[in-house]
Design a protein around this ligand. Structure first.
Ligand code: ZN
Length: 336
């Protein structure tokens, strides 16, 4: 088996995950470099444990330019009290910490995209070493996993919590129950463009109950999206039995991404004119955006068409688009 041949992780935690109480510390990853010969990457971590019960692993900053997760989790880490918890909560507000500090999707050290780096490698790049630590140390401790995402600098989303359709229907049902409890305005049965190497897939293959989010985007957060994130994490912990108290019953509308026709991509670069906004409906064949060539005036724009009926759940964010960029994502409203 793969595990037998792997060397130990170079990451050491300054907290003890088995001890009751609250500890704030670091996942310390040695990283020798020009400005720090025996230096380290110090990834903040909080563990709150009180007796026996389920473990929730909460992560933000998987992509470094997505902010609702870090906001909700830095906030939770300073407020959570051990006596409020039954079981254990492990909080890593900024999973790809070098990317988070740089404000970029991928790591400035190795260009590693954390969510394409699993299962990682203990002798790999910095990003692969972090992934390996989650794969072999943190995920095995968890019963439920909540990983926050948003659109980052290049996408913007309707705020939704999501889980995947899974072969194990009992696992899928538990995940969708947590999505419902999260209470975002929208809830998604999510289809991935490319599931290989994802944290999601690593957690799900271990049988963990995994939920994720897309809560906005554009490389920032709003008061509304931050509120949704903070309420959502509290609701998930209540639904898991880790926190007491009633779930803040926000109503949610369920969405489905039925197949690859939900995505439209730019076939050329240029200036993008959106014709449909987030939350608006579009019909199959409808032009959802125009892309103007900008080399000279008078040229006809390229039209980007919807390939199915649905509502717009994600859009390209910057005003200029490149060939191959994701322009729009549609989803269908689930009724009944
Ligand atoms: Zn992300």
């Amino acid at each position: 088996m793969r595990e037998i041949t792997l060397r130990p992780s170079p990451i050491s935690a300054t907290v003890d995950f088995s001890v009751d109480g609250i500890q704030h510390g670091f996942l310390r990853l040695p990283y020798s470099r020009d400005d720090s010969a025996w230096g380290s990457v110090m990834i903040p971590v909080t563990v709150v444990k009180n007796g026996e019960g389920p473990t929730a692993l909460l992560t933000g900053g998987n992509h470094g330019d997505e902010y609702e997760g870090p906001i909700a989790l830095f906030d939770l880490a300073r407020k959570l009290k051990a006596e409020d918890v039954t079981g254990r909560v492990i909080i890593v507000p900024a999973m790809n910490y070098p990317a988070f500090l740089a404000g970029t999707r991928t790591s400035p050290i190795d260009k590693g995209n954390m969510n394409r780096s699993f299962p990682g490698a203990p002798d790999g790049t910095v990003t692969q070493k972090i992934a390996d630590y989650f794969q072999r140390t943190l995920l095995p401790l968890a019963d439920i996993v909540l990983d926050f995402h948003s659109g980052g600098k290049t996408l913007d989303f309707l705020p939704f919590c999501a889980a995947h359709i899974l072969p194990n229907k009992a696992q899928e049902e538990k995940a969708f129950a947590l999505v419902s409890a999260f209470g975002a305005p929208w809830s998604m049965k999510m289809l991935e463009i490319d599931a290989v190497g994802m944290y999601d897939t690593a957690a799900e293959e271990m049988g963990k109950v995994f939920v994720t989010t897309e809560l906005g985007g554009g490389g920032t957060a709003t008061a509304r999206s931050a509120r949704i994130a903070k309420m959502g994490v509290s609701n998930v912990l209540k639904a898991a039995g880790i926190l007491n108290g009633p779930i803040d019953g926000a109503q949610t509308t369920w969405l489905d991404m039925p197949d690859g026709n939900c995505f439209s991509f730019a076939e050329d670069g240029g200036l993008i004119e959106p014709l449909v906004d987030l939350g608006d409906t579009a019909k199959s064949g409808q032009v959802v955006a125009r892309i103007y060539p900008v080399g000279r005036a008078g040229a006809q724009p390229l039209e980007v068409h919807a390939k199915m009926d649905g509502i717009l759940v994600a859009r390209h964010f910057p005003g200029l688009v490149k060939s191959g960029d994701c322009v729009s994502v549609l989803a269908t409203i689930v009724t009944g």
